[in-house]
Design a protein around this ligand. Structure first.
Ligand code: SAH
Ligand code: SF4
Length: 354
């Protein structure tokens, strides 16, 4: 269900915009649909026709994303397998520190050679209603202050729906705009559309290599934007929004963990408003890629840090629970990892992998 369709069907009961907004606010915040001012009964603030429609609406909205199973990890994250109304299954991860990672597509057409989601291509788009419903499901379980669009799928390939969900979450859903994170391999549509939005999300760019040839190999169907240009486009967005770009670099042993690659990062990111997140590859039985040894990961982080690149090392959330649907790609983008919190990053570096 698209959010616009939902809004129109509520307006069709004769309700006014302010009433519809109230219901959407209640839903996105994980409250009963008729929630309103605590001291007043619903008949004081919602018209009868709308109140009469709420039971059916509630059933419909609950059906958008139902929990199939929960797999708690020992790092405070918990992976949810979620049933959608047509029987498809999406992955959604509760992250430590009040975050949730949602899926934007079932499957993915980019076909990154190291990612399990890309293996079967794109099965279908996830609707804007289904994205918000994943957040609502999470809000029934925990406090949610941060939503990262980093689950299954490539958000730029479903950009209308993703931006519609972001808009509702950043308004009625009361999530801070920089706590909505759009994670992408990079696509010109992203740089055209995001700056025009009233809710401008933070941007995470999955870079993985600074070599255009290797990038084309590893991310076969990603837009062919040269890494240097990608960084320039992203930098412009960071300056527009006032929040840094979170670069993601899935570190794969012998593939993109060389000193030459690190020098490439230094060349591209020096002076940029950016944070480099090194993510040791989460090994999956089905693929032959491996993560580099821990000492190497730590050494690379130090190497970048010593050259002035803000760097964090992070593990996929809930790595210990990667049973079930076969992969886990949730990232814990730490809201504290802002450029000002050097102390936090130094602590992370000292601790090695978090
Ligand atoms: N399509 C978007 C968002 C979903 S993938 C994107 O690529 O950014 C989110 C992140 O998970 C990407 O950075 C991807 O490189 C990473 N990822 C995928 N499989 C992984 C694995 N097995 N181990 C570690 N990171 C992985
Ligand atoms: Fe798609 Fe992201 Fe996986 Fe690449 S890493 S196949 S873009 S979900």
């Amino acid at each position: 269900m698209q959010l616009e369709t939902l809004r129109q069907s509520l307006l069709a009961t004769g309700a006014r915009d302010c009433h519809v907004d109230r219901v959407l606010r209640a839903w996105t915040q994980g409250k009963p649909l008729d929630a309103g001012p605590r001291s007043q009964p619903a008949e004081h603030y919602l018209p009868l026709a709308l109140r009469n429609a709420l039971a059916a609406l509630d059933a419909q909205l609950s059906g958008l994303a139902r929990m199939r199973s929960e797999h708690p990890g020992d790092d405070g994250s918990s992976r949810l397998l979620v049933d959608l109304a047509d029987g498809q299954m999406a992955e959604c991860v509760l992250l430590p520190r009040d975050g949730v990672c949602v899926s934007t597509q079932i499957g993915c057409a980019v076909g990154c050679t190291f990612c399990m989601t890309g293996r079967d291509g794109l099965l279908r788009q996830v609707s804007s209603g289904e994205m918000v419903a994943q957040v609502v499901l999470a809000r029934h379980l925990r406090t949610v202050r941060r939503v990262v669009f980093m689950g299954m799928g490539e958000p730029s390939h479903n950009i209308d729906n993703v931006l519609e969900a972001i808009d509702l979450l950043g308004t009625a859903g009361a999530i801070g705009h920089k706590n909505l994170v759009f994670s992408t391999v990079g696509d010109r549509r992203v740089f055209e559309r995001l700056p025009q939005e009233r809710v401008k999300p933070a941007l995470a760019i999955s870079l993985h290599t600074t070599r255009a040839d290797l990038r084309a190999e590893l991310l076969p169907k990603a837009s062919r934007i040269d890494p240097a240009e990608l960084v320039e486009l992203a930098e412009h967005y960071a300056r527009t929004t006032g929040y840094p770009i979170q670069y993601q670099w899935t570190l794969i042993d012998g593939v993109n963990d060389s000193e030459a690659e690190m020098d490439g990062i230094v060349r591209l990111l020096t002076g940029k408003y950016a944070i480099m997140n090194l993510i040791p590859y989460n090994t999956t039985a089905a693929l032959s890629y491996r993560r580099p040894p821990l000492e190497r990961v730590t050494a690379l982080a130090h190497y970048l840090h010593a050259r002035g690149i803000r760097t964090t090392v992070r593990n996929s959330a809930g790595q210990d629970v990667d049973g079930g649907c076969g992969q886990l790609r949730a990232r814990s983008l730490d809201p504290e990892a802002s450029p000002t919190s050097r102390k936090v990053m130094l602590k992370q570096l000292k601790a090695g992998v978090r």
